[in-house]
Design a protein around this ligand. Structure first.
Ligand code: AOF
Ligand code: ZN
Length: 371
């Protein structure tokens, strides 16, 4: 089928697949995908380039050249209507002779918000919107949340034993899940703008938090939530702060001046956040990261940070790696206390997918809104 609603769904799914290639690299902009189709054939494909420019439509139009005349463009977000470093994509599509544009929804960016669709219609282009809106909202959730709620999307990763533990009582945790799962974690890091851990995990694991084993690529920002900066600047994070960005969220009122100075000297960026409930306030942490431009944050624990984020209803997606071993009640739980008394108060998630990863089981969940 060349035209019609089924073709629209198929090509929009293709555009979403292209959009996914920019996840983790396009921030603070959205990762958008665009496919240009003429007479049932793809004549141009594009996705948002690192740092957010060029936009997806510009890349796809450049590929299509004169073949864009008379074609339909499928774009995973409303084309822009504002003048940035290049003219608006809505105008570029019209100039190229595109006759129809298909999108999932309006762009919430106040510079666009319906003006892109209006500009296209004013140029005589047929516009169809509402195509694959749910899938597009899930893929571009980070950008949409930053625009509408001022915070990035938060993904939580948990790697646990069969009984939900992440370490033995002594803290031994290195090899709970297998090598295939660890590779997968690196791929998940790569499609986020930043990796976040709590200070306890940074002290216990001395992690690097970089993406490794997947070739050269832009690295996610490394973020540690450490209220009083109780971390050793001589550890792996401090030693690499000059090479790969390291941001430390802390409460200046709980931080000795000498520690701030030591971390600044090591090359870390310090971001002040208010305290709340014994640690840093979870909503304030995400607001600060959103203000810095982050759209997708990948939290790898530990249990205290995980419970603070879960308890505040801020975990948007969850990846649960389950390994075939039992660590017992004496093991360390993946999630600290939530202070729940009733099941009705528990944060709840909807299953998005299940896979075997090596010898482990991987589950992907999304928060059920309002929980
Ligand atoms: C992108 N990539 O493929 C599309 C975007 O800062 P600017 O001028 O690059 O504009 C960013 C806005 O452009 C962004 O918030 C969104 O509204 C719109 N579309 N942005 O980075 C793209 N199509
Ligand atoms: Zn644009």
């Amino acid at each position: 089928m060349i035209d019609g609603p089924e073709a629209d769904v198929r090509w929009m799914c293709h555009a979403l697949g292209l959009a996914a290639r920019g996840l983790g690299r396009a921030w603070p902009n959205p990762a958008v995908g665009c496919v240009i189709v003429r007479a049932g054939r793809v004549v141009g494909r594009g996705w948002t380039q690192p740092g957010g420019r060029p936009h997806a439509e510009a890349v796809a139009l450049a590929r299509a050249g004169p073949a864009a005349a008379g074609a339909t463009a499928y774009v995973s977000l409303e084309p822009c209507a504002h003048h940035g470093r290049t003219p608006p994509c809505a105008d570029a599509l019209a100039t190229a002779g595109v006759v129809r544009v298909v999108t999932p929804f309006d762009d919430p960016d106040p510079r666009v918000s319906g003006r892109g669709h209006a500009r296209l219609r004013a140029a005589g282009i047929a516009v169809t919107t509402g195509v694959e809106a749910a899938a597009a909202a899930r893929l571009q959730r980070g950008f949409l949340l930053r625009q509408t709620a001022g915070r990035p999307m938060l993904t939580l990763k948990l790697a646990t034993s069969l009984d939900g533990r992440i370490a033995t009582a002594s803290g031994e945790s290195r090899w709970v899940t297998g090598t295939a799962s660890r590779r997968r974690v690196h791929a998940l890091r790569a499609c986020h703008d930043a990796v976040l851990v709590g200070a306890g995990t940074a002290r216990a694991d001395d992690p690097l938090l970089t993406v490794r084993g997947l070739g050269t690529m832009p690295q996610p920002v490394r973020v540690v939530a450490a209220r009083g900066l109780d971390l050793d600047p001589g550890g792996a994070l401090g030693r690499t702060a000059g090479a790969s960005p390291l941001w430390l969220l802390h409460d200046p009122e709980a931080t000795p001046a000498a520690r701030s100075a030591a971390w600044q000297a090591a090359g870390a960026r310090l971001l002040p956040v208010a305290s709340g409930g014994g640690g840093l306030d979870p909503a304030a942490m995400l607001a600060v990261l959103g203000a810095e431009g982050l759209t997708r944050v990948f939290c790898e624990g530990g249990g205290t940070l995980a419970s603070a984020l879960l308890g505040s209803g801020l975990v948007d997606e969850l990846w649960l790696f389950g390994a075939g071993l039992a660590l017992g009640e004496e093991g360390r739980p993946a999630v600290g206390a939530l202070g729940l008394e009733r099941l009705a108060e528990a944060p709840r998630f909807r299953l998005l997918g299940v896979e075997e990863v090596g010898e482990d089981l991987l589950q992907h969940w999304e928060r059920i809104e309002g929980r």
